[in-house]
Design a binder for this molecule. Sequence first.
Ligand code: HEC
Length: 447
Amino acid sequence: MRRMLLSSACLALVGLSNPGALLAQGAPARQPTFTKDVAPILYKNCIGCHRAGEIGPMSLVTYDEVRPWARAIRDRVNSGQMPPWFAEGDHGRFTNERRLTDAEKATLTAWVAAGAPQGNRKDLPAVPRFTDGWQIGKPDAVFEMPEPFAIPASGTIEYQYYEVPTNFTEDRWIQAAEVRPGDPKHVHHVIVSVIEPQKAERPSILQVKPIVPPNQPPAPPRAARPPLSDTERATAARRAGAITLVPWAGGEEPHVYPEGTAKRIPAGSILLFSQHYTANGTASSDRTKIGFIFSKEPPKREIRTGQILNTQFVIPPGAGDVQVEAEATMLDDAKVWTLHPHMHLRGKDMTYTVIYPDGRSEVVLKVPRYYPDWQTDYYLREPLVLPKGSRIHVTAHFDNSPGNKYNPNPNDTIRWGEQSWEEMMIGWLTYTADHAEPPGVRPTGQQ
Ligand code: HEC
């Protein structure tokens, strides 16, 4: 925010002393135009989502499409809301990073200040080609929701859950996975998890403990709920044990696991689709699918999903900044590939810090403003190499005050729960273990 104010103050000053001059540091010394300067920025950073058929509310491809949005683009870009990316820059480097440089932001700002001119049509770069259909290539297997969901035009839509049997008769190794929503305009995010037929015998190498502050107020008894039927109870128990496979949010690239690694789906597993829809004024219908490419051979390492979680917190009514922490100790040498903060509507921020056995510590992901609407998997450019005994400490804050615009009820005491009006505190991660390999994996000598 301060940076924004400063730079607009600079613009104003330059503007006063030399009205024709262009502008903030790093901007080109001539008047930027759509065709020469702006289109390349939008094509590289925006039209993945802002084009026909994608999740962005408007297309930003042609000059006529972009012109009415010029000021909104300037504002969203300078406030850091677009492109959507929530990790603080100084910590960690990610392959799926979406970020504009200061020079690109300055160009957009200067273009708007100059009246958003079109420029010479000959300067317009070719619109990048997007592959239609599956990005991972033709999948070896596709699973979809058993029936379409009718999306209402307005109102809040509860999460929808669908169970889809894989009918796999042997364990399958997944090299790449891609979620394709039937209607990307309404599917906000999808989490596909695996309900394994029995708790798999692979040893966990994450020893997780919640950190409960000594002064935490006692939790009041939970409000009485209507008793569950046997079927409902069985369903809840089955789903509670589901292991996250692919969390997907609009605009995300497909998941391709690093060479030599793969994700396992045990024989007999059921896929659980949890679907988050947003109403946008138009009714529609959706049937989301997931496609898999199988590994040709068993991998050297199994990619596992872990969760560093605290289920014991209590968030008092109205409290604006409640800290909740959890920590995991690595029981084997390991590599961490992705990080994914998960909270619900009162989640405010989350930070992952690694503490190495020699005492050195390093912040590896900091999301200072968490938006529950943007579930994001952060793909580390280089895996984190964690010797046995390293700890990953996750710190989150929650805002249960009326000032939080997502807060459904600041008068409630909030505890862990599945529903969106309850809370979760999970630092998800995917990792591979260097030694403690489960059956089925064929490590090749190098230990
Ligand atoms: C990952 C997908 C994605 C990317 C990339 C993206 N957007 Fe968006 N954008 C959205 C979605 C979804 C919305 C509507 C929800 C919201 O406002 O957050 C939106 C909203 C907007 C709005 C507000 C529209 C309104 O109704 O007021 C503007 C302006 C915008 N985007 C500009 C941009 C620009 C400029 C870029 C590139 C620098 C960009 N976006 C990149 C998905 C994306």
